[in-house]
Design a protein around this ligand. Sequence first.
Ligand SMILES: [Zn+2]
Length: 354
Amino acid sequence: MLKHRLKGWFRIAFGRVVWHSGLWRVFDRRMPRRLTILAGHCVGRPSGLPSDLAISEVRLGNILQTLGASFDWCTVGEGVESFEGPSLARSMVALSFDDGYRDNLEVLAPILNQTGAKATVFLEGAPLVDGRVSWSHKYFWLIHVAGVAPETIASELLNNSPEGKGFGLLAQAAGGAPEGREYQLKRVLKYECDATQRDAAVQRIFLGHGGEESVLRDSLYLSRQQALDLRAAGVELGGHTQDHEVLATLSPEEAFKQIAEGRNSMEKILGPELSPCFAYPFGRNWDFDEDCKGAVVAAGYSIAVTTHAGIYEGRGDKLAIARLMLSEELPIYQIMMEASGAYQWLRRFGIDLA
Ligand SMILES: [Zn+2]
């Protein structure tokens, strides 16, 4: 705990000094050329999703302006592949957004147009081709639209499926501190419950509270035409599996099926010319494994990104490239510490402040 707090203080102190003194420019010049990939989900104010999945237009615009003044914009695919060519004059930055939400076309695309920034959007297959949404969006809808309390959802789930694997942990998760209940309950549903039983139970409760899957899909996700429009606006479209399952919890065959089906869904709409880029659902090291990396390649991708913080310097594992998660609270100077190579310099001494 103390170590965690010390790290937090050091991060603030180091970041502020390096940023305000201009020392970051020295790191940028001296450190190897790099690609910094920023990651988010929504831009603006999507209804029915937790606020930590979104970043405001103003905040994003400020970040893009600051980064664009010192770095070159690229898509994730262009950035990773550029290391194979002649050495770069300036380091690069790429934006990326996961899942394929409507605001990526309606709100993000105009901002990209204004600022000259470039982005990659990683699309889920099922919402795109057959109008389904994953259990987590029904869960968010119950809380953020229908106004059902997490503890009520937990007891309804347990009543629905009293013998369900992992369901016994739901009550405990919903009994903690109020501000952490939504997250804790989601964590149990994600990692502890049997996926088939969970999906069925969440669906019953979603319907019981008046939820309509196709309406929810349309309110959240890009339509087929909007996905085409987004690509026409210059955004790279990468893969993100068919149903957004935690790949590491699936058998190797099921994991491959999820990745390949997602790619097939995209091919139906976008044609055979697809991006080589893929993003692991949830993206933490425990959400995918070595088998998944093999499945990503077998499905036709050559680049895969995670949600762990870091940069890419043109070497290392192209199937586990780090990204920096955007949030409304993350200060610009912290983003610049990563983009300028300052944090990477500290990592050489075994210190990871990200
Ligand atoms: Zn996702």
